[in-house]
Design a protein around this ligand. Structure first.
Ligand code: GLN
Length: 447
């Protein structure tokens, strides 16, 4: 009830939640109390949690920030929601996001922009901006987000919270509205690395309903918390500290690296030479997959349907013209173009080759270090409206996050300090495949 009261008081100015339903939340809380009374409570029983509006949650509107799904009530739970229900976590509601998770500022939502709780003139980051703002403003102790090209790490960085994007395949995508299926991965956002680790213990694990879900033994993501960092080899990629990184973000990262040195870490320079190519490669691959995934919104099976139309083709056209926002339409157009006959080899295939090079860069770097550190974004949160008219400027702000998704690696953002304008700055920790527990410990030691 404390959280519901804070939501009622503060959400009108932040716009972090798009749906809350006090009756449902209180019923789940009562069930958690009953579990506690019956002695069947688990470690997280009764802990409140917010869901990004991308995860299907039975009986809740699951709109993915889009007019297209504004009338869609999920008939089933996503795998992660199922897991959280089983752990008796209490759902606080659904958080705002960029439409279909496309964006870096949370200004692309059908439900309006989210504000950054640290400074209402600033963007919270995107696309999981509602989740980040809710946690930062204490409207939820933790939230789930998704990260296709930075959407957990970048809003976590801009809102001064901790968020982790797991290794691709560790968290099931079943029931998570698809954006770019080979890149999408769900993960926790919370105040601390320890809280994220606890949530990873709940949501990670094999699910046969997601064909890319990995069959691995369950692991305890808290197991390395508290281990000393002495001997840890930390890699700083030369390309992440070059032109384009703002001075105040650079000095926050430098201080963070010095802190880790004091804790016993050794610093080495590494190189990720294809970093710059991550932007063009990602903005070919992600729209290509999106154009295919979003073809399901045809006005027939579910979601928005135009009220008036002549024939079937006109129904499709009007439905999609009305239901999608402009960024989503841009991505569908780009994606359809790069996949079309005659352009496929020049764009899509080339982007896939670059993807392989990027994954190779990381493997070479991990020969010399255990984790890679760097900024999450080139600047602290920019102002609302500052980049929304210029998609290329917006895409460029993803330069340090996209390559991780292209390689399928785990990465996180942990609060590291503040920019000159007082806005939070996160440190990015990138690990090799399945090194979540190690990364969470690096973040934990640092907090
Ligand atoms: N900003 C990137 C995009 O718009 C990443 C979004 C995401 O990770 N969902 O595609």
């Amino acid at each position: 009830t404390d959280y519901l009261a804070r939501i009622a008081a503060l959400n009108p100015s932040l716009n972090a939640y798009v749906s809350v339903d006090a009756a449902k939340t209180l019923a789940e809380a009562a069930a958690a109390d009953a579990a506690r009374a019956a002695g069947t409570a688990g470690f997280l029983t009764g802990v409140p949690l917010a869901y990004k509006d991308i995860f299907c949650q039975q009986g809740w509107k699951t709109s993915c920030g889009s007019k297209m799904l504004d009338n869609f009530v999920a008939p089933y739970d996503a795998h992660v929601v199922e897991k959280c229900r089983a752990a008796c976590l209490v759902s606080l509601g659904r958080t705002n996001m960029d439409e279909f998770a496309m964006g870096s500022s949370n200004e692309n939502s059908f439900y309006g922009a989210v504000k950054n709780p640290w400074d209402l003139a600033a963007i919270p980051g995107g696309s999981s901006g509602g989740s980040a703002a809710a946690v930062a403003a204490r409207l939820a102790p933790a939230a789930l987000g998704t990260d296709t090209g930075g959407s957990i790490r970048q809003p976590a960085s801009h809102c001064g919270i901790t968020g982790i994007k797991p290794t691709y395949g560790v968290v099931s995508r079943f029931g998570m509205v698809a954006y770019a299926s080979s890149l999408d991965q769900g993960g926790p956002m919370a105040q601390t690395a320890e809280d994220c680790a606890q949530l990873m213990n709940v949501i990670a694990g094999f699910d046969e309903r997601d064909s890319t879900s990995l069959e691995r033994a369950a692991e305890d993501y808290t197991r390395e918390l508290g281990q000393p960092l002495s001997g840890l080899r930390v890699g700083l990629p030369r390309e992440y500290f070059a032109d384009g990184l703002s001075g105040d973000v650079a000095s926050v990262i430098e201080n963070a690296v010095n802190e880790l040195k004091k804790l016993g870490a050794e610093v080495v320079e590494v190189s990720l030479p294809n970093t710059e190519l991550s932007i063009p490669a990602y903005y070919v691959i992600a729209p290509a997959e999106a154009s295919s995934n979003l073809s399901r919104y045809d006005g027939v099976r579910y979601g928005h349907r135009a009220a008036e139309y002549g024939d079937l083709t006109e129904m499709y056209e009007k439905t999609r013209a009305e239901g999608f926002g402009s960024e989503v339409k841009r991505r569908i157009l780009v994606g359809t173009y790069v996949l079309s006959h005659g352009y496929y080899d020049a764009y899509y295939l080339k982007a896939q080759k670059i993807r392989r090079l990027i994954a190779g860069d990381f493997q070479r770097a991990f020969g010399d270090c255990d984790v890679i550190l760097g900024p999450v974004a080139p600047t602290a949160a920019f102002n609302l409206g500052e980049k929304s008219g210029d998609p290329v400027q917006m895409y460029l702000s993803d330069v340090y996050t996209l390559s991780v998704n292209l390689a399928g690696l785990p990465a996180m953002s942990v609060p590291a300090g503040f920019a000159a304008n007082g806005r939070p700055v996160g440190l990015q920790i990138i690990g090799n495949y399945f090194s979540e527990a190690k990364m969470l410990n690096v973040a934990h030691q640092f907090q």
